[in-house]
Design a protein around this ligand. Sequence first.
Ligand code: ADP
Length: 272
Amino acid sequence: MSDCTHDCDSCGEACSERQGDPADFRVPVNQFSHIDKVIGIVSGKGGVGKSMVTALLACAMRAKGKKVGILDADITGPSIPSYFNLHETVEVNDAGILPRISKTGVEVISLNLMTKNETDPVIWRGPVLAGVVKQFWTDVLWGELDFLFVDMPPGTGDIPLTIFQSLPVDGIVVVTSPQEMVSMIVHKSVNMAAMMEIPVVGLVENYSYFKCPHCGEETAIFGRSKLQETAKEMGIPVLARIPIDPGLAEACDKGEIEDYPVNYMTGVADLL
Ligand code: ADP
């Protein structure tokens, strides 16, 4: 171009001399951290078990000997620290914020590890929260990680958008439950990922069935699942179907998810 200022950041022209991408809002992780793969765990609404799936994925990867972190971006329901029995606030030094480390070595950062009391509500507006989540990426001293799992807030609001734009997300896992309007919710999440050019690894259905502890019969408590149809229609694989498991709920409540003998995400971890 004849009137080129050579400042590609302030120019929208797709000329042959363009350097970088004007739509690239990525922010670099700090100099003390190197993260190989970032996987986002998303859901259409709260309570479908997204945090539990995130925690189980991290445990499954850890069991494979990988170095793993969880960035808890679910500001509305930051349950990850309690699943790992982490309650003390994080330490901060001149270089950045130190994540808390679980007993098996999973690094965790969460807003719940920053407030004085776990029960304090976070009454900040969306853009401020989105900024905090971005800082969890830029200012936390993760060190060397093979996998960082990001527990996203439900839906397609400010925070997921910020994460998709700012972090190099390699793929998303979509968690659903049978009683959700699976098709619409999956479409929304998948479409958002597609717009951000982020691959969908696959779907996980939680609360799929209940297995009778006496006779072993499986009952679809929430009715017949439409998961397979939706997955087929969208060309996305079904990664796992997780039963309603009272023992797992109890382990989560007690902060003992790492000790639970069954990990429904072991097979999924092999695919990442
Ligand atoms: P979300 O992150 O989607 O809001 P959570 O993962 O925090 O949901 O799960 C909500 C509650 O349901 C937690 O107490 C969790 O332990 C429980 N839960 C999740 N999945 C199961 C399951 N398959 N069986 C039993 N309890 C579950």
